[in-house]
Design a protein around this ligand. Structure first.
Ligand SMILES: [Zn+2]
Length: 122
């Protein structure tokens, strides 16, 4: 897995990770009662509470990502030609992880420069 990914993909990864952790803790907590009896009840309670918080957080992240993706700009990636979504002024392509920007000042090459380069070097 690449560390540098599109923001929407990063949100989904974190949401999935939190869901897995939450479920794991809740299962481990329940297993604690089975294996250790009454002594495991405290561990089970802590596991269930942390698990529940983690699950709620993942739900919030998923919801937030959903809200963000509706306002995301859809564009065709100049590098791989696939349709991608970007958040904010700079983001990475969801497929090839190329840095994309909407801010001309942030871009290393403007479209005018690209055009003139093409004219100079056909
Ligand atoms: Zn791309």
């Amino acid at each position: 897995m690449k560390m540098k990914s599109a923001k929407i993909n990063a949100f989904r990864t974190w949401g999935l990770l939190l869901t897995m952790v939450g479920m794991g803790l809740m299962i481990a907590g329940t297993a604690g009662i089975v294996f250790w009896g009454s002594a495991g009840k405290i561990a089970a309670a802590i596991g269930l509470v942390i698990g529940l918080i983690s699950m709620t957080a993942s739900l919030a992240i998923y919801f937030w990502a959903g809200m963000l993706s509706t306002s995301a700009v859809q564009l065709e990636c100049p590098e791989c030609g696939k349709l991608t979504k970007m958040l904010g002024k700079t983001d990475r392509c969801m497929f090839c992880h190329t840095l994309l920007t909407l801010d001309p000042a942030q871009a290393t090459l403007t479209s005018e420069q690209l055009e003139s380069q093409k004219l100079q070097h056909p």
